[in-house]
Write a protein that binds this ligand. Structure first.
Ligand code: ADP
Ligand code: MG
Length: 321
């Protein structure tokens, strides 16, 4: 017999609450927010065929759905607290739901964030998650805080997720462990929550990289009212990406989406603090450029020549192709 809506929720998504006062099962969940802290809230929607391929492993999909939301808390320097899950499912398929819930809840447990509610309906596979986090007033990292003279940094390595996408599209041939590595970067990104928290009071601005470096940096520059100069040769890349043709590397590094690394600005005097935050979080941090008073973005290649950036832009769901 097919699983009904409430049996499905009970079976896969209802667990004893840990920190919340009330979880799945009532009209509202009740969160305990520590007195004096601000609630950080973010939401992301993942639609089959747009954000993920129908062939993706359900456990990895569960991981990624929560990871992209945790990445927003990370970019704000917020501490994860709770999340809700809205699911549209073509059918109540246990072979999908069991690994999906396992991948989702395993990442939730790693970050001490609990599932407190949601909504479940029949429909084309769509996953909406809203995350709630805590942050001391005035300490959240914003996109608007970059100042001229700040250094620009990124965490981890960029571009492997885009490399995987190109492999799926057939524009690049990757085999064996190389393909698996790129695919892991695309399907199971690691949200930089500990780094975001450690950057409170150190970074002046931050954003998580979801739509490509140039586009996401553009948001920081616009909101901060500044410009930037980037050093292309400094952009951190995996040995796998470094072995690809130069033009492909450039595309993956500058315009590849789905990195879920943090891009942040910090005063030069905080460079040691940035390195200490990276070390404490166990994540590589790399200086990639600087913030300028003149608006606009200049990317210099290894020879110091400015790249022609016309025609490059971040991903936009509604942009004409
Ligand atoms: P309502 O009628 O108030 O919308 P529902 O009947 O949709 O409530 O949901 C019943 C309970 O199950 C609620 O507490 C809701 O938060 C929870 N819930 C529904 N879907 C999910 C889900 N996918 N994950 C977690 N909790 C869910
Ligand atoms: Mg409902």
């Amino acid at each position: 017999m097919a699983l009904g809506e409430f049996a499905l929720i009970d079976r896969f998504f209802r667990r004893p609450v840990q920190r919340a006062a009330l979880g799945v099962g009532d009209d509202c969940a009740l969160l305990r927010v520590r007195p004096g802290l601000q609630l950080a809230v973010s939401t992301d929607l993942l639609v089959e065929g747009r954000h993920f391929l129908s062939t993706v492993d359900p456990a990895r999909l569960g991981h990624k759905a929560l990871a992209v939301n945790l990445s927003d808390l990370a970019a704000s320097g917020a501490e994860p607290l709770a999340f809700t899950l809205s699911l549209a499912l073509p059918r109540a398929d246990e072979a999908f739901l069991a690994p999906f819930a396992q991948g989702l809840l395993a990442l939730a447990d790693e970050h001490g964030i609990e599932l407190v509610g949601g909504d479940t309906t029949a429909g084309p596979l769509t996953i909406g998650i809203t995350v709630f986090g805590e942050v001391p007033p005035g300490e959240a990292l914003l996109r608007s805080g970059a100042r001229p003279g700040d250094a620009l940094w990124v965490s981890g390595a960029l571009g492997d997720a885009r490399l995987a996408l190109e492999a799926f599209r057939g524009t690049v041939a990757l085999a064996g462990e190389g393909f698996e590595q790129a695919r892991r970067a695309m399907e199971t990104p690691m949200p930089r929550v500990a780094l975001g928290r450690a950057l409170r009071g150190v970074a002046s601005a931050a954003i998580d990289l979801s739509d490509g470096l140039l586009g996401d940096l553009g948001h920081v520059l616009a909101l901060s009212g500044v410009g930037a100069e980037l050093d292309e040769a400094a952009l951190p890349r995996s040995p796998l990406l470094a072995a690809q043709p130069a033009a492909l590397q450039r595309t993956c590094l500058l315009a590849g989406g789905d990195d879920y690394e943090l891009l942040f600005a910090a005063p030069e005097s905080h460079a040691q603090g940035v390195r200490a935050a990276g070390a404490a979080a166990g994540v590589a941090v790399t200086r990639i450029g600087r913030v300028t008073a003149e608006p606009g973005l200049v990317v210099r290649d290894g020879q110091g020549a400015a790249l022609d950036l016309r025609g490059w832009r971040g991903f936009d769901h509604f942009a004409a192709p």
